[in-house]
Design a protein around this ligand. Sequence first.
Ligand SMILES: [Zn+2]
Length: 137
Amino acid sequence: MPGIYRKKRRQKGPSKNEEKVERARQAEAIARPANSLASRFPTLRALTVTLSFTGAQGQTLGEETRRYGPQDPCDFSVPCPGLCGVGSFDLAAKIEQIAAAGETDSESNGVCQEILQTGGSCACALKCRVQASYLEK
Ligand SMILES: [Zn+2]
């Protein structure tokens, strides 16, 4: 009887194939979350970013080492530890440049341009070393 046939075939939820597609999609999302290093820079294996900050009077304000693996989000914004309290250094453009050129070791400098309430600029200086390793081609 057609009615019984339909009842037997009725499935709850998504079909096997839909489940398979969904599992693959989730695995892909876990392997390559949006904005991860692997999705944004497919050739990069890992990044080590060493930051050191110097105040306007030349005093050391802090040092920090950040390591990025393929799963890590591309958060390349570094808050300024200087007097301004609001500035930040964005390393994204520098890292894009390094990845595009295939550089493995690169140093750069930046100075916070935020204007202080007391007048004058923050002038906190960032020295940044980026070490990159790449996937085998
Ligand atoms: Zn600053």
